[in-house]
Design a binder for this molecule. Sequence first.
Ligand SMILES: *[C@@H]1O[C@H](CO)[C@@H](O)[C@H](O)[C@H]1NC(C)=O
Ligand SMILES: [Cu+2]
Length: 141
Amino acid sequence: MAGRGRGSASSVTALLCAAAAAAAAAAVLLVASAPGAEAAGATYLVGDAAGWTRNVDYGQWLAGKTFHAGDTLVFKYNATYHDVVWVSKGGYRRCVVSPKGRAPVYRTGYAAVRLPAGAHYFICGAPGHCQAGMKLAVKVY
Ligand SMILES: *[C@@H]1O[C@H](CO)[C@@H](O)[C@H](O)[C@H]1NC(C)=O
Ligand SMILES: [Cu+2]
């Protein structure tokens, strides 16, 4: 009786383990396929948990990341204080919204920007924020 009980218990345990292992394997596959999957594109949360704000070193956030055409940058920010402006190289360097009137500006607090190949530049348009480092330059392959 006791033996049979233990037997059933371990069969159940074995089943659960198999299920857990399968789930873990599936999770690993998903993670492994994300960076290389150019068709679907990878998604990057700018600044990770800190998001798009002041006092984040976006140069450091970029370290080790390689972007491909079709990848998405997600900017999460407090729209009371910040925005996201997709500017030119000159706009990035000088911290001005450029080209004026044509640079896309995102103001809702959440922006998912799909990246084409090339060099792309983003700044916060709030006075002084870009100068303080709220700027991001990405090279997209
Ligand atoms: C933005 O900041 C204001 C003031 O600190 C705060 O009241 C508000 O809840 C914040 N909004 C979000 C979405 O975090
Ligand atoms: Cu800002």
